[in-house]
Design a protein around this ligand. Sequence first.
Ligand code: FES
Length: 366
Amino acid sequence: MRRAPVVAPADLYGKRRSDRAIRVIDAAARARLRWTTLINRYATAGAADDHRITLQVTQRRVEAHDTDVISLLLTAPDGRVLPSWRPGAHLDLELPSGRLRQYSLCGDPADRHVYRIAVRRIPDGGGGSREVHDALPVGSAVTVRGPRNAFPFVLPGYGSHAARVHFVAGGIGVTPILPMVRMAQRLGVDWSMVYTGRSRDTIPFLDELEALGPRVRVRTDDEFGLPGAADLLAGVGPDTAVYCCGPVPMTAAIAAAVRDMSGVELHSERFSAPPVVAGAAFEVELARTGEVIAIPADRTVLEEVLKVRPDRPYSCRQGFCRTCRVTALSGNVDHRDTVLTEAERADGELLICVSRCAGERLVLDL
Ligand code: FES
């Protein structure tokens, strides 16, 4: 595992923060951890179940006003049974513009006739969430791929050595967690949950979770202040599996804390691109136009290419979906994905959301 960069991190929701948390994270990065990452899980669980079907939006509902979260129900126009899924699974949505975006399934896996997803509008994001909000009204058609499960829920006694489960969700990160919690409740698993966000108005599905009883602890910043990892892991002891989904700073803080906890396993999914670690500046030349783009040490090739090629496709931004794949015509690639084969790499292919240059310049077939 690469070490975290020694820079002031964002706080649990992405705001800048310069305090001792960075020292904790950096020190803990050296310790061993049973951390199941989205990327690693995807490598073993992804490709075999890639259905592609066109569904219809049959319901839209506002789930959190302050953070502009809506849920969509998707059904087959002919009412047929949909492919099955398990908690932690997601759909790839092919949006009208051609963008491909992933959204966790947050409904009931037992209901084989409807999928539910939830999307938070990100005004300054890549445009995918805005498109879902603005271009998918009730009645519209949308093609989906999947479901695929990159974040499987492993029940105690059925592959997990843990005796109990603790869930941590931050804001919209609750979407893959919600079906897990329901399954744990239904099957009588010993579980607990902390649900965090800025305020109760900003976190979706609060009513559904609180209906599950006192095992759910809602911890909002406006009531209790910004949480640290100790707050989110309060009461967690040995033989516990922690399932965590939320902003990158939150999952990083949880990961750092769990590294020091004996007998605790962590399963984590992040909803945004990880920070560039141990990056160096270099240049990218776009062969078809001759444009040369500077890639700063802390930025990805994809981020900089999108500034001049805003239509370039991408999805996960974490090096596992292959959507951003391009061919390098010259230069030494520093591959940082986990999915390209040696043959693909030998052909010059790279995933520009994570991979970099092991030199001064890459010439890309763009
Ligand atoms: S965007 Fe998914 S691999 Fe690059």
